[in-house]
Design a protein around this ligand. Sequence first.
Ligand code: ZN
Ligand code: ZN
Length: 172
Amino acid sequence: MAKPLIVNVVELLRWPGSKKEVSANIDVADFEFADARIIDTPIAIDLRLESLSTSIEVVGTATLSWAGDCRRCLAPVTSDLVVDFDEMYQREIIDPDAYAIENDQINLLPMVRENILLAIPIGPLCREDCPGFCPHCGLDLSVSTCDCDNSVSDPRWAGLESLKGILPDESV
Ligand SMILES: [Zn+2]
Ligand SMILES: [Zn+2]
């Protein structure tokens, strides 16, 4: 259990407007992500808690590294990611998106975990204009060019193309 992410908020709740900073480097293992994309290097957490009398607002960032495969050419992609947070903890949950304050404590870990998983790109690109593979010969177009004519539509669809106008649009 990542102790630095469990914060006693008795004092904060007592003094609306009061703030508390939480900064920690947390081992990836503590999050139990079960997600191979997240690189096993400590995640830097920087959060600011602010008391709003019955709730606590948490804003800040988590900085981590992730790895994946380019969705076009399958080359390995690694990148750093800064995830922004702006979340609410409440004693009595009024906002359905809020997290619970339990026994005068808040556990930041599940909130950080959730936001990180949502922020990792699902279909990353090795670079914005990655050309991927040639649809005809399968050559990696980032490495070299082929003689295939990629300007015409894929021949597999040419037959369908000629049916356009004959069949109703939905079936094409
Ligand atoms: Zn690529
Ligand atoms: Zn080709």
